[in-house]
Structures are given as structure tokens and as C-alpha cells.
Design a protein around this ligand. Structure first.
Ligand code: NAD
Length: 288
């Protein structure tokens, strides 16, 4: 038991929540993943089971570890019941501030008083959610990267009112998950990793826009000179140009900061509907 954490609840069984729940179960925690949609839960179970079974076939995990993790993981549509005896919550529901506030208000009513409530949100800082509860000191961001079963880093981000004990427990859980801790001392939109990513992206778009180099060569520089696994344009195509655009737009609308505005070259692609791999056309063209 880590800091007396026996049971963990993950809210949301989408792309992130499902894998975070499996990370928790594999780390030995009794885990419940909650979603309002039974379809999401069914899909999550099917995808997780086939993923960990494949890991066993490839020798990446033992059959025993995987079977035990499956036994520890419960899928539920009943949030109140799931959190009645929980110690630690990781919210990974849809990216909508008012939905998250409602979820946290309800968690506050139904989870034990000692339970810590974290959010995996990439863009909504916990200070924007904590005041929906009567335990703001027990709220912070715990930010995983996609896919959560594979990516090692987790950002732990307190808001100004998060207690030291909450930070320490969240770090201890991150460690128990076998993840690398990226500890922020204070919150900032984009946290650290996405700010670094954005700085590279903006510079890449500026160089391209100024006609200094083609986007293929800028990607080549990132791969062959900086040892990045992929260049900034390839990465935009993978993540989705729509996602990259909307994240900047949301920050611009929240802060009024002109520097956060999506780059005109990014806006052009977005407006043309060229979202990257998902539409077959982004910076690069993809075969059907
Ligand atoms: P997703 O759309 O794949 O999944 C969201 C899930 O939330 C759906 O299954 C939906 O049914 C469920 N849901 C909606 N309302 C709910 C409620 N009231 N209670 C319980 N479940 C509810 O989304 P995702 O990509 O997994 O993102 C989830 C969160 O993770 C977001 O806050 C996002 O910012 C964050 N995040 C996403 C990524 C990423 O690359 N996708 C990376 C890091 C963090």
C-alpha cells in the first residue's frame, strides 16, 4: 500500500482513462473504472484485454501478472458506489470544464473525506475545478501521456491551495505506477511537456512560413539532428491538426494572450479540414 492507498477509481473509460486504469491494476491497486457509457466500458475492456494478452505473447509481461491485474479491475457505470470506499481518484472524462466540475462536486459528496481527487486534464488546471469541492487542498492535476500504458512521464501539478500531503501522495502513486515523475511547483496552462512541444511547433511553423526550409526538411532536422523520434509536422499529423488548433484556440480564449493564438499556417490547415492522418491529408498525404 502506497501512503495507505488501497483502492483507486478512474473516471472515464476513453482513450486515456481505460489505460490509466490498467496501469493502476498492473501496479497492484484494486481499481474501478467508471463511465456513463456502457459501450465505452465494453470497448475499454475488450481493448485492454487484447492489449495485455498481446504483451504476454510477446514476453513483455507474465501471464500471472496480467491475470491478477484483470481480477483487480472492475468496470462500472455507478460512480457513487465505486467511490464510496476509494482512496484516490483520477478523473479522465471528456474535456469539458462544467462536466468536470459536476463530477468533482459529486465525488466530493460521495468519496471518503480522506480521498484525493486528481484530474488528468491536459488543458483545464485544477484551480478551475477545485472550488467545486469542499476539499480543494486534496485536488491537483495528474497528467498522463497517450498511450498511458506506454508513455513513462506523468506531470504532477498542484494549484496554489493543494496541500503538501496531497502532492506527496500523488507522487507516491505515480512512483508505484512505475512512472517517471515530472513535478511542477505551480500550475501554468500546458504544464511543462506541452509547452516545450508547443515552442518547437511554433518555431517550426515560423521557419516554414518564412520560406527558410520545407516542412519535410524541418522534420528531418528534428529527427536526424536532435534525435526526436518524429518531426513537429509529422507529430501534428499524428495528434490531429484539429486537436493542435483547438488547444491553442482554447488557451487564447481563456487568457486573451495573443501569443497563444493558433499560428496562421496551422489555422489554414484546420480551415481546409486537413486534420492529418485521420483525414488522409495533413502536412503529408496518407494512403487510404
Ligand atoms: P475520450 O473522449 O476518449 O474519453 C472520454 C470518456 O469520458 C468517454 O468514454 C465518455 O463516455 C466519458 N464520460 C463523459 N462524461 C462522463 C461522466 N460524467 N462520467 C464518467 N465518464 C464520462 O477522451 P480522452 O482522450 O480519454 O481524454 C480524457 C481526458 O484526458 C481529457 O481531460 C483530456 O484532456 C485528457 N488527456 C487526453 C490525452 C490524449 O492524448 N487523448 C492526453 C493526456 C490527457
Amino acid at each position: 500500500m502506497t501512503h495507505n492507498i488501497g483502492h483507486i477509481t478512474v473516471i472515464g473509460a476513453g482513450a486515456m482513462g481505460s489505460q490509466i486504469a490498467m496501469v493502476s491494476a498492473l501496479a497492484g491497486f484494486s481499481t474501478t473504472v467508471v463511465d456513463i457509457s456502457q459501450d465505452s466500458l465494453d470497448r475499454a475492456r475488450q481493448q485492454l484485454w487484447s492489449r495485455v494478452d498481446r504483451d504476454v505473447e510477446k514476453g513483455r509481461r507474465t501471464a500471472e501478472d496480467v491475470e491478477q491485474a484483470k481480477d483487480r479491475l472492475v468496470f462500472s457505470t455507478q460512480q457513487d458506489e465505486a467511490v464510496a470506499h476509494t482512496d484516490f481518484v483520477i478523473e479522465a472524462a471528456i474535456e469539458d470544464r462544467s462536466i468536470k466540475r459536476d463530477i468533482f462536486a459529486q465525488l466530493d459528496k460521495t468519496a471518503p473525506a480522506h480521498a484525493i481527487l486528481t484530474t488528468n486534464s491536459s488543458n483545464i488546471m485544477s484551480s478551475q475545478i477545485a472550488d467545486a469541492t469542499n476539499r480543494p487542498d486534496k485536488v491537483c492535476n495528474m497528467h498522463f501521456f497517450n498511450p498511458a500504458l506506454v508513455m513513462a512521464g506523468v506531470e504532477v501539478v498542484p494549484h496554489a491551495g493543494t496541500s503538501q500531503e496531497t502532492i506527496e501522495t500523488t507522487i507516491a502513486v505515480t512512483e508505484a505506477f512505475g512512472k517517471d515523475i515530472i513535478e511542477l511547483k505551480q500550475e501554468i496552462p500546458g504544464f511543462v511537456a506541452n509547452r516545450l512541444l508547443n515552442a518547437i511547433r511554433v518555431e517550426a511553423l515560423n521557419l516554414y512560413d518564412a520560406g527558410i526550409a520545407d516542412f519535410e526538411d524541418i522534420d528531418q532536422a528534428a529527427r536526424s539532428a536532435l534525435r526526436h523520434p518524429m518531426g513537429p509536422f509529422e507529430l501534428m499529423d499524428l495528434v490531429g491538426i484539429d486537436v493542435a488548433y483547438l488547444v491553442r484556440m482554447a488557451e487564447y480564449e481563456q487568457t486573451g494572450n495573443e501569443a497563444a493564438k493558433p499560428h496562421p499556417k496551422l489555422a489554414e490547415k484546420y480551415e481546409a479540414g486537413d486534420y492529418g492522418r485521420k483525414t488522409g491529408q495533413g502536412w503529408y498525404q496518407y494512403a487510404e
